[in-house]
Design a protein around this ligand. Structure first.
Ligand code: ZN
Ligand code: ZN
Length: 374
């Protein structure tokens, strides 16, 4: 059985448990996960004893290439996708159908209900997302490849970095390096933030130059094939900050904040093992930052799952309670953001293993290794 069939098999067990006759998968990422098809405007209808892809003639060739052998219904140009889906479902002679409540608009649902009024529509936004949390070997290989490309991108970025480069130019350069290094592109618009702009966790790029600040926060990731990576490093401008024996007060402050963030990440890393709640992992990092007096300056969750999407389940937040399991991949990205001063975030990608955790990203994290223009 191929791996897509295996994933569908797991989902069918879920249908049986929920007592649903069929599932309408309309989130394109989930259609990819379950069939290998990477186009859009295509809905997967999954039943316990069969399936149907409802698509249109633009995708005939791509469907044959990416998911050969799967039954396809091509809707005519005179029919909308919801109309074609409703018609196919009526043809199944079923009573209930599950839909993805986070992927169907209210208007689409109204239309589907009008077209197939006898069906019982059961919304749920987590059926496929729950399966996607645990990665199989082929997914792990693709995530490792995406990380490998991202790390090579960073080495190129760093070696070509000049004091006169602006945030905007460096964001553009990251896009270029991502493709040159073998990725299909960056996984999200990179964040390059100089000095106090790094206090904005998602700073949009400006024309500030690297030379104008003490630190440079870079948050980048790469899509290699379909899977993503996500990392953050903070580079220290040694021309502006001197960490020698006669270290200045600003250098001492950066040193302190950097080491608190690094300790927070390390504390979280030590906590990860199968069965531990995502809330507990978040708390491990959050406690280190709070005890150092910076609790109010760490406003976001500790991390997120990554895979086909850059942000996906599981979520590592104070109020998220998912026991982690072998095969889950997520980021650990504590940060401290001081308005008017700047911010430090350190982000790595980790894999839960049967007996603990593996750090998948290998770039150095110590402050010494982060100095530029020394
Ligand atoms: Zn990131
Ligand atoms: Zn992230």
């Amino acid at each position: 059985m191929d791996l897509f069939a295996l994933r569908r098999e797991r989902l069918i067990r879920q249908l049986t448990a929920e007592d649903i006759d069929a599932l309408m998968v309309s989130n394109p990422v989930n259609v990819t996960y379950l069939t290998g098809f990477t186009g859009d405007s295509t809905v997967l209808l999954l039943r316990r004893d069969g399936l149907l892809l409802v698509s249109d003639s633009r995708y005939t060739g791509q469907l044959a290439e990416e998911c050969p052998g799967l039954p396809v219904h091509l809707r005519p140009a005179t029919q909308t996708l919801p109309q074609a889906v409703a018609e196919a479902l009526k043809g199944f002679g079923i009573r209930s159908v599950g839909f993805e409540s986070n992927a169907v608009t209210v208007a689409e649902l109204e239309l589907l209900r009008q077209q197939a009024p006898s069906l019982d529509w059961k919304g749920n936004g987590e059926r496929v997302e729950r399966l996607r949390m645990v990665k199989d070997a082929s997914e792990l290989a693709q995530i490792r490849a995406a990380i490998d490309v991202a790390e090579r991108v960073f080495l190129a970025f760093r070696s070509l970095l000049r004091p006169e480069d602006t945030e905007k130019e460096l964001c553009d350069a990251l896009e270029h390096y991502a493709r040159r290094a073998g990725g299909s592109g960056t996984a999200f618009p990179p964040i390059v933030a100089v000095g106090e702009r790094a206090a904005l966790p998602h700073a949009p790029p400006t024309n500030r130059t690297v030379a104008s600040g003490e630190l440079l926060l870079v948050d980048w990731g790469v899509s290699a094939s379909l899977y993503k990576s996500d990392l953050t490093r903070v580079l220290i401008n040694s021309k502006n900050l001197n960490f020698s024996r006669t270290a200045s007060a600003p250098a001492a402050k950066l040193n302190e904040i950097y080491s608190v963030v690094l300790q927070a990440q390390e504390a979280a890393l030590q906590t990860v093992r199968p069965g531990v709640s995502t809330r507990v992992i978040d708390a491990a990092a959050r406690t280190v930052i709070a005890e150092a007096g910076y609790g109010e300056y760490f406003g976001h969750g500790l991390g997120h799952g990554l895979g086909l999407q850059i942000h996906e389940a599981p979520w590592l937040r104070p109020n998220a309670d998912t026991p982690v399991a072998p095969g889950m991949v997520f980021t650990l990205e504590p940060g401290i953001y001081l308005p008017g001063w700047g911010g430090v975030r350190i982000e790595d990608d980790v894999l839960v293993t049967p007996d603990g955790v593996e750090r998948l990203t290998h770039l150095p994290r110590d402050l010494e290794a982060m100095q530029i223009f020394a």
